[in-house]
Design a protein around this ligand. Structure first.
Ligand code: C2E
Ligand code: MG
Ligand code: MG
Ligand code: MG
Length: 285
């Protein structure tokens, strides 16, 4: 039907593809200006000690508020940010903003960990430019945040790619005192031997295993096995995507000490996160 459009008008895309491509172009156009227009926001989601209910950390999760597009969630633009290289300045902004917030909480007598996501292509783009370590150092120095209050969440795919340089970079970051966790654990293809070769502190069990933990025997078996292994390897374990009390009861019976999910709180803006933290501090007293 391309002919109908006239001699000089070649249409290689179906209307659906065309509009998807147009949407992508529009997204890219706006994303290029998101930082300078101050459109990016961090929300924070509590990480909770299961036995006491106290908040021990917050994960920073990015949102994008754009006048034309509305609120855009990370799954819709992190991939694009990686492809365009915009992830480098955006990632640096996330790290700085999250550490500033954590420092403010630390100064307010609420020293909790801040967890910051590093996606695969983000990590390797940084690493190619020898920038990642420098950015982490700069941000810690400028914000004054204690390094042990920062935790970087990497993925299994980061560990599998360019093994030697990746290990080297992570060891250097680790030497600063910064913690390293593996996000979405169990969904990637990393070998278990990586768990002892890499300087890891925490595993986060992917929420897909937690979702049906009350009804699916396979998921229970997987979570039990991961819990036992993490315990032996002296790794902290966080269950992602905890949505109800029954899931929590099962996890509490395992060697899984920490949970994160809607059951405790959705990711919330900094103001609300501060309120949750103050309540948690009162709980401890
Ligand atoms: P993630 O790091 O695994 O973050 C957890 C995701 O699960 C978040 O989605 C969170 O809102 C959602 N979640 C939390 N609790 C529950 C629950 O109980 N049930 C369910 N169904 N979902 C829950 P979000 O905020 O949309 O982020 C999606 C992904 O985008 C993140 O997955 C992370 O990989 C990436 N991301 C977010 N912020 C950043 C960032 O600043 N930098 C990078 N590179 N990636 C980011
Ligand atoms: Mg994460
Ligand atoms: Mg993730
Ligand atoms: Mg995850």
């Amino acid at each position: 039907h391309a002919k109908k459009l006239g001699k000089n008008n070649y249409q290689f895309f179906t209307p659906e593809m065309n509009s998807a491509a147009q949407h992508y172009l529009k997204l890219e156009h706006h994303l290029r200006r998101a930082l300078e227009l101050d459109e990016l926001v961090l929300h924070y989601q509590p990480q909770v000690k299961i036995d006491s209910g106290c908040i021990i950390g917050m994960e920073a999760l990015i949102r994008w508020h754009n006048h034309a597009l509305g609120i855009v969630m990370p799954d819709q633009f992190i991939g694009l940010a990686e492809e365009t290289g915009l992830i480098v300045p955006i990632g640096a902004w996330v790290l700085r903003t999250a550490c500033e917030q954590a420092r403010a909480w630390q100064l307010a007598g609420m020293p909790i960990r801040i967890a910051v996501n590093l996606s695969g292509r983000q990590f390797h783009r940084f690493q190619d430019q020898r920038q990642l370590l420098d950015v982490v150092l700069d941000v810690l120095k400028e914000t004054g945040l204690s390094p042990e209050l920062l935790e970087l969440e990497i993925t299994e795919s980061i560990m599998m790619h360019k093994l030697d340089t990746t290990l080297d970079t992570l060891n250097q970051i680790k030497k600063l005192g910064v913690r390293i966790s593996v996000d979405d654990f169990g969904t990637g293809y990393s070998s278990l031997s990586y768990l002892k070769r890499f300087p890891l502190d925490t595993l986060k069990i992917d929420k897909s295993f937690v979702k049906d933990i009350c009804t699916d025997a396979n998921d229970r078996a997987i979570v039990s096995a991961i819990s036992a292994m993490a315990g032996q390897l002296k790794l902290e374990l966080v269950a992602e995507g905890v949505e109800d009390q029954n899931q929590l009861d099962f996890l509490g019976g395992q060697q899984c000490n920490y949970g994160q999910g809607y059951y405790f709180s959705k990711p919330v803006p900094a103001e609300q996160a501060s309120v949750l933290l103050r309540q948690s501090v009162l709980l401890q007293q």
